[in-house]
Design a protein around this ligand. Structure first.
Ligand code: NI
Ligand code: MN
Length: 224
C-alpha cells in the first residue's frame, strides 16, 4: 500500500486499482503542492467531517473522477443532492466494500458545513479505519483526545494519522497519550503548521511518542 501525505490532513491511499483520498483539502490548502487536476483516477473519497479544510475539494474531484464518497449520513445527504455518488456510514459502523473494509470511528469535534452565509448540519465528525491489502490505516480526522481511542488498540492498526496541531484538535502532549492508547505500528502526525494557529514541531512529537513516528513531508510517500 502506498500512502502519500498531501499536507494538512489530506492523504492519498493507493493499492492496485484503488485510489482513495481522505479529506482532500487541495486548492485552498497553503501547504499542498499539487492541483486538483493532478489527481486522476480517484476511485474513492473519504470525508471525516464537514469543515472546509477536510471537505475541501471533494465536490470538484468527485465530479471529475466519478469517485464514490464515503462519509457520514448527513454529509452524504448534502453531497447526494449535488448529484454525487455517496455511501453513507456512521460512527461505529463497519462495512465491506469491493476494495476492503471501512469502519467509522468517533471524533470529538464539530462538523458544520459552511454554505454561503449558512452553516448546515454535517452530523457528527468521525475518523476512518480503512483496511485493504492486508493493512489497516487509521485517519483520526479532527479530534480531541478521547479515551475511546483505547478501543482502537484491538484493531491492530498499521499506520495511524493523528492531528498534533492543537487549538482545534489534540496538541502534541495529547497526541502522545493517543499513541499510547492506539498502539499503532507507525504514527504519522498531521493537521499542524498549515496555519499559525496550529503550529507544532513534529520532531518534538516524535521524541515524546511511545510509538514509531514517521514524519511525512508534503507529497512524501511511504510504502507499508
Ligand atoms: Ni475541523
Ligand atoms: Mn481541521
Amino acid at each position: 500500500m502506498k500512502l502519500t501525505f498531501l499536507g494538512h490532513s489530506a492523504l492519498l491511499i493507493e493499492e492496485g486499482n484503488f485510489k482513495g483520498l481522505v479529506d482532500p483539502f487541495i486548492s485552498g490548502n497553503p501547504s499542498c503542492k499539487i492541483r486538483v487536476d493532478d489527481l486522476t483516477g480517484i476511485s474513492h473519497i473519504f470525508v471525516t467531517h464537514g469543515h472546509g479544510d477536510h471537505m475541501g475539494d471533494t465536490i470538484d474531484i468527485a465530479r471529475k473522477n466519478q469517485s464514490l464518497i464515503i462519509t457520514n449520513f448527513e454529509i452524504s445527504n448534502y453531497l447526494s443532492r449535488l448529484k454525487l455518488r455517496t455511501h453513507a456510514m456512521h460512527i461505529g459502523g463497519r462495512t465491506k466494500f469491493d476494495f476492503g473494509r471501512v469502519k467509522m470511528t468517533s471524533a470529538l469535534h464539530g462538523s458544520g458545513i459552511s454554505d454561503g452565509d449558512n452553516m448546515l448540519c454535517g452530523g457528527n465528525p468521525g475518523g476512518f479505519v480503512i483496511e485493504l491489502g492486508g493493512k489497516k490505516v487509521y485517519h483520526a480526522g479532527d479530534t480531541g483526545l478521547t479515551y475511546d481511542m483505547k478501543l482502537l488498540e484491538d484493531e491492530k492498526i498499521d499506520v495511524a494519522f493523528l492531528p498534533i496541531g492543537g487549538n482545534y484538535t489534540m496538541d502534541i502532549d495529547d497526541a502522545v497519550k493517543a499513541c499510547d492508547f492506539i498502539k499503532a505500528k507507525i504514527v504519522v502526525p498531521m493537521h499542524y503548521n498549515t496555519f499559525g494557529l496550529i503550529s507544532a514541531d513534529p520532531q518534538i512529537f516524535k521524541n515524546k511518542a511511545p510509538s514509531e513516528v514517521v514524519i511525512l513531508d508534503v507529497n512524501e510517500t511511504m510504502i507499508v
